[in-house]
Design a protein around this ligand. Sequence first.
Ligand code: DC
Length: 234
Amino acid sequence: MQKKAFNIAIDGPAGAGKSTIAKMVAKKLGFIYVDTGAMYRAIALYMLRQGVDRTDEAAVSEAVKGAKITIRYQDGAQQVLLNGEDVSGLIRTEEVGNTASATSVYPAVRAHLLALQRELAASADVLMDGRDIGTCILPDADAKIFLTASARVRAMRRYKELLEKGEACNLEEIEQDIMERDARDMNREIAPLKQAADALLVDSSEMTIEQVVQAIIDAAVSKGLPAGRVQEGC
Ligand code: DC
């Protein structure tokens, strides 16, 4: 009998460092990293391009049928394709992120991505990050982590990132934006952001990246991942 894939679910709010951490853990474990936020962002980009009003549920639900989302990997990095076009570089803007947060509240949008996410998890050892992975998408995931940090710390990290890119920004505005996004992601009716009952809570506010990576690896090993899977020095 074929061995079941080992699945690690990481959920948490915007800016908690999920993707940075998840990429590092996936590399150390030889897992595939699946960034589900990128899928919601690709749908948001489609809505922006089509000029669909993000507050109009019927219009978004109809339009989403025209957005075929697929994933491929190049040199270990996930690329997200929108109707065959690689949009990975185009979805990392604040506008697309905010639109994704708004359009992801609709059941039709979530249903559109469910099968793809479950198929990916069934076919390989994956580390999947998002908002509802441990609660809805992979309720039987082998290990579940809820990764968070205070709004202030998350805003500060984002602020530094933007400054490094040479972009003008305001810390208060970023923090306000983060709190609004949290409220929307946590209070929506379908698949809200919340910690699964069996998830390990990791608050990274006072932790280094290496400490968070280690905490997740330890959690996976405690849930049955053979310690020999952990590759040192990468
Ligand atoms: O993780 P991110 O910032 O790339 O996600 C963008 C938005 O997509 C986020 O604000 C909410 C939505 N999202 C979701 O609803 N469910 C997921 N599993 C992942 C993201």
